[in-house]
Ligand binder design. Structure first.
Ligand SMILES: *[C@@H]1O[C@H](CO)[C@@H](O)[C@H](O)[C@H]1NC(C)=O
Ligand SMILES: *[C@@H]1O[C@H](CO)[C@@H](O)[C@H](O)[C@H]1NC(C)=O
Ligand SMILES: *[C@@H]1O[C@H](CO)[C@@H](O)[C@H](O)[C@H]1NC(C)=O
Length: 390
């Protein structure tokens, strides 16, 4: 071989080698891109999957009137679910007041600490009245203490608590998980009897944080727009009943024979307009309320009057919001709080928070800050990724 030939060969080899390197690089890039896509695909809240599922089911079944037809019973029979006696009542709580929001907190007799935390933070009616100039009524819905040994003592303490705060509403059904639908009937019945003029009704768990200033501003807008049949929260679409007997949410075929629940908003926190609460209450008077999942039962009542919920991305459902000022600016509800009510309330209502991030630059900053918080793969239990871009 001449020197020239050697050179040529080695150039070819280099070229070949280069080609191979480039191909390998390309292959690796493709693999990387694919894995990124796949990770994000999964993390699209498995939202995509559940949406495809529910869309197909929901399009097959656009009309769920058969549920209403099957669960309709006579008024007399339905009354058996709701004719519980009041042990503690607040008949005059709403009287003669222009109430923007009646907020029911589903509490339990022994949860005194939680009620105190709520009273001194987001459930502080006086603070809301003073800073926002609107009337909000916060009341706690309770049943009878189920613990036989502590019953007397707990009930005595409840009477004392009521003397002091005048915000407990209690009926004589046992306060248990499986009586939550009865607690919903208490809320609907009480609203109908004592506070039908409240513009909005909210039902909430006692371990959620409600950003009342944000919620009030939002509801004022909705009110000005004169919206009817308004129902907002996080929306569960086409959810199947849980058939696993070990689950807390187990529902038998006998109780609910169908594959899919009507759309509903998780009971951790949702809001209805006045006109709709009244319709839902009327519907509940002729429905079989033995289904003990209260938020699903609410969905069944709304389905009976032909109303669907609308999604608001800053209602968290079962999820807990990430701690960040850019989140506080927009949050409505966040679930799973106990010890941090005070800190969160202080931070979330700090006027600086609204001010600092309200300009164009602040918004851009917040979008960039929210993306890693909300669009993380495998992180589904909070506000959806799209909330980062709002
Ligand atoms: C409701 O559906 C169940 C199961 O399909 C059936 O056994 C029952 O007879 C129905 N009830 C009414 C009132 O239609
Ligand atoms: C619901 O409350 C009623 C009335 O107190 C009681 O008889 C029933 O056992 C309770 N149900 C459950 C599942 O706790
Ligand atoms: C309500 O539904 C339950 C099944 O969940 C059934 O056992 C009961 O008989 C029904 N009540 C009436 C009054 O039809």
């Amino acid at each position: 071989m001449t020197a020239a030939q050697v050179l040529k060969r080695s150039r070819m080899f280099v070229n070949f080698h280069r080609l191979k390197t480039r191909q390998i690089q390309q292959l690796m890039m493709t693999c990387f891109a694919l894995s990124v896509v796949m990770v994000y695909w999964q993390s699209l809240d498995s939202d995509l999957v559940s949406h495809i599922k529910s869309y197909s089911l929901r399009h097959l079944l656009t009309n769920l009137d058969f549920i209403t037809a099957n669960l309709t019973i006579s008024r007399e029979e339905a009354q058996k679910f709701s004719n519980h006696r009041y042990l503690i009542n607040q008949e005059g709580k709403c009287a003669d007041k222009d109430v923007l929001l009646l907020l029911f907190v589903k509490s339990s007799p022994q949860n005194f600490e939680m009620r105190q935390a709520i009273r001194s933070t987001w459930g502080n009616e006086a603070y809301i009245e003073k800073t926002l100039g609107v009337t909000v009524k916060v009341v706690f819905a309770l049943g009878f203490p189920p613990q036989p040994l502590q019953r007397k003592k707990l009930q005595r303490e409840l009477f004392q608590e009521d003397q002091r705060y005048h915000d407990l509403i209690q009926q004589d059904f046992l306060d248990t998980f499986h009586n939550l639908t009865i607690k919903l009937l208490l809320q609907l019945g009480w609203t109908h009897a004592y506070c039908p003029h409240a513009r909005f009704f909210m039902s909430a768990d006692d371990d959620i944080f409600v950003h009342l200033p944000n919620l009030i501003h939002y509801l004022q807008e909705v009110d000005r727009a004169g919206v009817k049949d308004f129902w907002v929260g996080k929306v569960h679409q086409g959810s199947p009943p849980v058939r696993d007997k070990d689950s807390k949410y187990y529902v038998s075929e006998e109780m609910y024979p169908w594959l899919m629940y009507p759309d509903y908003t998780p009971g951790s926190g949702y809001v209805l307009s006045k006109d709709l609460v009244s319709k839902v209450y009327q519907a509940s008077l002729t429905l079989n309320a033995s289904l003990y999942i209260d938020d699903v039962f609410m969905g069944i009542c709304a389905n009976a009057v032909g109303v669907l919920p609308q999604e608001h991305v800053f209602f968290s459902g079962e999820g807990r919001a990430p701690y960040h000022r850019c989140i506080y600016r927009q949050m409505m509800t966040s679930h799973g709080h106990v010890k941090d009510f005070h800190e969160l309330w202080k931070q979330a209502t700090d006027p600086e928070v609204q001010k600092v991030y309200s300009g164009a630059f602040g918004r851009l900053y917040c979008t960039l800050a929210k993306i890693p918080l909300l669009c993380k793969p495998f992180f589904t239990n909070t506000y959806p990724c799209k909330a980062a871009f709002l």
